[in-house]
Design a binder for this molecule. Structure first.
Ligand code: 4AD
Ligand code: MG
Length: 431
């Protein structure tokens, strides 16, 4: 009797017979031998069917297999140094579950719109599978980093009565009789949680109705938001650089085969170690002006500016101390220079843009109320948030890492739409 196994574990069954549930990825034939490229989600293996060694019926069944047909294949596992996985299967039996007709994604090139319409099938492709595997490893490494440092995972709400990052790109919905919004960021709630638990992090979906059709924007994306009581801006930067280096090195260590499938230049990732360089907004503006960019002090950076700055470095770079005017209401002004705030954006190398936004938060109740007036925020809707400055306020800092941009960078992808199984992009809600 053949043992039931999965492709990832065939090394345990060398020279014995196994039975594997799988799909046909591809097929080649030389007349007397058929080579079946089999996949089962855990990996790939080549099944070899030799005409002279199997019954006529098995040969014919193998011949009838089409792309993405599902089946159980039985065979003997052999070491095969010439194959990518190091193993091969000498097929002794094929039981078809379903013969597939006209699978929509053939080995030929397809346009992106077509592939996106067929995203539910496209995720079976080797590159897409590699990306989703790496995303899983990134999530595991993120949780490990914070769990190892005694952060508590806290889940902020998704339906909220107010906004965190401005009101321009809120998703509106009804909450029975009331108006509600899908969360743009859990930060304000995480500040409350930090006052209860010290060091916390959230990991969940966030939503922004951004009408920007770029390579870096999704409508629904996942964010990791740590918040730390008694931690200032400087210490927060140190956590951020160690965090990102840990995530990248975990992928390098645990996902080498997937990075190779994606043809990622791994030597570039190996250079991602802390500390990361820091440049102030002031110096960044000077540098950009020297490079010929027409950008005055006080203006926010766009993608070309970020890319020009990032090109100077092999690791991510922090741009710190942005003008108070262009940043969120909750950021703490620099005590030496109130026209800038204690904040930083972390810009990934190779043109992947901002992957982290973070800051020290205002802890002074009077200043927070002043900001509420300036930004015309309702003290009623945010009463609970103002309470945090009233009852045992402490210095605290936090940041948000965008998961999909991080996956795009580590995988070396052109576009964030391939970093999540079912992306929500501008005007695309299907599949
Ligand atoms: O810089 P942002 O807007 O910061 C915040 O939301 C803070 N409240 C976070 C905090 O301090 N707790 O967003 C954080 C990160 C960005 O750096 C970017 O990586 C990602 O979220 N991001 C997006 N990713 C994909 N699509 C979008 N539309 C994104 N908008 C932001
Ligand atoms: Mg930002």
């Amino acid at each position: 009797m053949a043992t039931t196994s999965v492709i990832r574990e065939v090394s345990r069954h060398v020279d014995s017979e196994v039975r594997i549930g799988c799909w046909l990825h591809n097929k080649r034939s030389s007349g007397k031998i058929q080579f079946l490229q089999l996949r089962d989600g855990t990996g790939y293996i080549q099944g070899v069917v030799v005409k002279s060694d199997v019954a006529e019926e098995i040969w014919e069944t193998a011949k009838s297999l089409t792309q993405e047909s599902s089946m159980y294949v039985t065979g003997v596992i052999r070491e095969e140094p010439r194959s990518k996985s190091g193993y091969e299967m000498t097929v002794t039996g094929v039981e078809i579950i379903q013969l597939t007709q006209d699978y929509p994604i053939t080995p030929k090139e397809h346009g992106v719109d077509y592939l996106m319409d067929n995203r539910h099938l496209w995720i079976r492709a080797p590159k897409q599978r590699a990306i989703l595997t790496i995303r899983g490893e990134i999530i595991r490494a993120i949780q490990q980093f914070f769990d190892d440092r005694s952060f508590t995972l806290v889940d902020p709400p998704i339906l909220t009565p107010s906004s965190c990052e401005g009101t321009t790109n809120l998703f509106h919905t009804k909450y029975f009789e009331e108006d509600a919004f899908l969360t743009q960021s859990g930060q304000l709630y995480m500040e409350a949680a930090a006052m209860a638990l010290g060091k916390v992090y959230s990991f969940g979906p966030t939503f922004r109705a951004e009408k920007s059709k770029t390579r870096r924007h999704l409508i629904e994306f996942w964010m990791i938001e740590p918040e730390m009581a008694f931690v200032d801006h400087e210490e927060s930067l140190r956590v951020q650089e160690q965090f990102v280096a840990h995530v990248v090195q975990s992928v390098v260590k645990n996902c080498r085969a997937e990075l190779e499938t994606l043809e990622r230049d791994i030597s570039k990732l190996e250079k991602i170690v802390a500390p990361f360089p820091r440049i102030t907004y002031d110096d960044a503006i000077k540098f950009l002006q020297e490079q010929g960019f027409d950008i005055p002090w006080g203006e926010d950076f766009g993608a070309p500016h970020e890319t020009a700055i990032a090109e100077k470095y092999e690791t991510p770079v922090f741009i710190t101390h942005y003008p108070t005017e262009i940043k969120a209401f909750y950021m703490k002004p620099d005590p030496n220079r109130p026209d800038v705030v204690l904040c930083a954006d972390m810009i990934a190398p190779e043109g992947y843009g901002e992957i982290i936004g973070g800051s020290q938060r205002i802890d002074d109740p009077a200043l927070m109320e002043e900001r509420f007036r300036e930004h015309e925020l309702s003290t009623e809707a945010y009463q609970w948030y103002l309470d945090l400055r009233k009852y045992g306020s402490v210095p605290h800092s936090g940041f948000g890492l965008g998961l999909e941009r991080t996956v795009a960078w580590i995988c070396g992808l052109d576009h964030v739409r391939e970093t999540i199984a079912f992306p929500r992009t501008l005007y695309r809600l299907y599949p």
